[in-house]
Each structure stands twice: as C-alpha cells, then as structure tokens.
Design a protein around this ligand. Sequence first.
Ligand SMILES: [Zn+2]
Length: 62
Amino acid sequence: MISTPFEEDHKATQRRYPLCPKCKTELDNRISRGFLVKNVLFFLPLKRYICYKCQRKRYVFH
Ligand SMILES: [Zn+2]
C-alpha cells in the first residue's frame, strides 16, 4: 500500500474534538446544554463543552 500525501493531510486535519479558544486544549467533555439553549436556541448547531484547564463552560458551533 502506498500512502498518498492527500491521505496524510486528511488524517492530520481530522479532529474529533473542538479546541478551547483560550488554552487550545481539546474539549472532550461534553455537558448538557442550558435551559435557554435547549429551548430557545435549539435550532443552532451548538454543543456545550467544559474545559477543565480554564474551568470554563463553552458553547461551540458545529
Ligand atoms: Zn481552556
């Protein structure tokens, strides 16, 4: 099997988790969204994560 540069690039850019905008830590801890987002902003592709490094809950667009 010959691995092409394209495949390498694809693997490198593939990311499972969003990054914290502040400390660039992977946000791999999803938490349930707040009442407002769940009931009012439910049409937005928002996901809520918690960053344990800066102790902040963040909404991330997907
Ligand atoms: Zn952070």
